[in-house]
Design a binder for this molecule. Sequence first.
Ligand code: GDP
Length: 529
Amino acid sequence: MTDAALATPQTPLAREVARRRTFAIISHPDAGKTTLTEKLLMFGGAIQLAGQVKAKGERRRTKSDWMGIERERGISVVTSVMTFEYRNCVFNLLDTPGHEDFSEDTYRTLTAVDSAVMVIDAAKGIEARTRKLFEVCRLRDIPIVTFINKMDRESRDPFEILDEIEKTLALDATPLTWPIGRGRDFAGTYELATGRIRLVDGSGEVAGEGMDALAGLVDANRLAEVTEEMELAAGALKPFDLASFREGHLTPVFFGSALRNFGVRDLLDGLADLAPSPQGLDSDKRAVAPDEDRMTAFVFKVQANMDPNHRDRIAFVRLCSGKLSRGMKVRQTRTAKTIGLHAPQFFFAQDRALAEEAYAGDVVGIPNHGLLRIGDTLTEGEDISFVGVPSFAPEILRRVRLEDAMKAKKLKQALQEMAEEGVVQVFRPFDGSPSLIGVVGPLQIDVLADRLKGEYGLEVGFEQSQYALARWVSAANKADLNEFLNANRSSLAEDLDGDPVLLTGSAFQMTRAQERWSKIAFTDIKDVR
Ligand code: GDP
């Protein structure tokens, strides 16, 4: 892996790459991701939000909340990107859906980041979804920065939270700041390495430094206790090790309160100073370094109707190397087609703008009419494909029942488009029976129904199918695969890419098929190419 941030960048391109920070926030619902996102955008100058984030339901929505269905349910369904500058860095914050039914979307988004911020509720510690998302980050060794939120409320002992991170995630945790007091007494944070103190005054500005400043802040009875704890923290905890963080073995920890703007600037400074700039990425043929001259990129997300007034479909691409210039022609390696990038876009908190140029690490939206799919690689001509934007075997399979049989053709088209966007997976049985849709979480079905009705005028219902499980099938030897396919036609379907999938009614049947066909690989994750 190359890291443009460690070496002094030599070329203008390398300098641009080195100042990029592309990251996502992972957390359990309610830990404060939305609030923190807004505050990061505020400190990054991308929004001027006067009030505090209101309670769910009536609160002001961030721009990432686009769809009607998520407004109704108060959950964030779509994934979006927000770009802002802070100090000399360009931050690309990739938002992920909060609800676990959309975890597939989240996993795909995590293939496009170089680091992640893990938000933990100080009263609750590591929760189920945080752990799951952390495991996904660990698969790719994504460096994690931890933000312990809600320190303005009753919380657990900081040492205990750090211990929990180490034990449950097997991740070294090194605090870079320490909370001065907690709950109602939460007065600020103390930067352990420098003694810098930041007060809770809403702005997050540095209000004083060193122990003397602390004396003016904390009442005399508590001063000894607070000082002792800080000295203990500074002495007892492992020193921060950049290499270990970059390898995904250690997390720097910040304490704060997103709601009260506190610790947010510590976190942003931490990201600017420590988080990796864009990393190299493996393609099927070679490793691609971010500061190579030639542009490469991959699609990790497709989104329709971001703006209901303009029926558009946007492919979100992460640039892996080089520079994108508006108007350039690129090759879509899956089809060998040439595509002109006439209107690539940057997304900010409240706007989008044409991207005249973008660099490795940036995420741009490319408007298109269904040409670009999740997993597609774009290059300046080279025939390579990036690997590892995954598809997950669905956990729920349903048949789509159409109210108006005359609209079957339209439904087929609509399902194809929804599958290309990654809303659901579609499986076409070899025997010609109606398509099945597959989802990981049940809310995906609601979103599908909502969109089929709203965008295509199709009223659909969903029926149980006789199938419960789907596995992609492959074999090292083509003859073996063909033998298997011929023998099992009635239980086979093809996915969007035409790859064969075995459908069974139970886990037992799947196991039996595996035992019987030992030369066939049955997989529940497919790396989209
Ligand atoms: P998300 O589900 O992770 O996006 O969480 P939200 O940002 O929507 O926050 C969930 C709830 O916690 C909301 O009511 C927030 O106002 C509240 N909240 C977020 N951050 C803080 C904080 O630092 N302190 C306190 N007291 N409440 C917070």
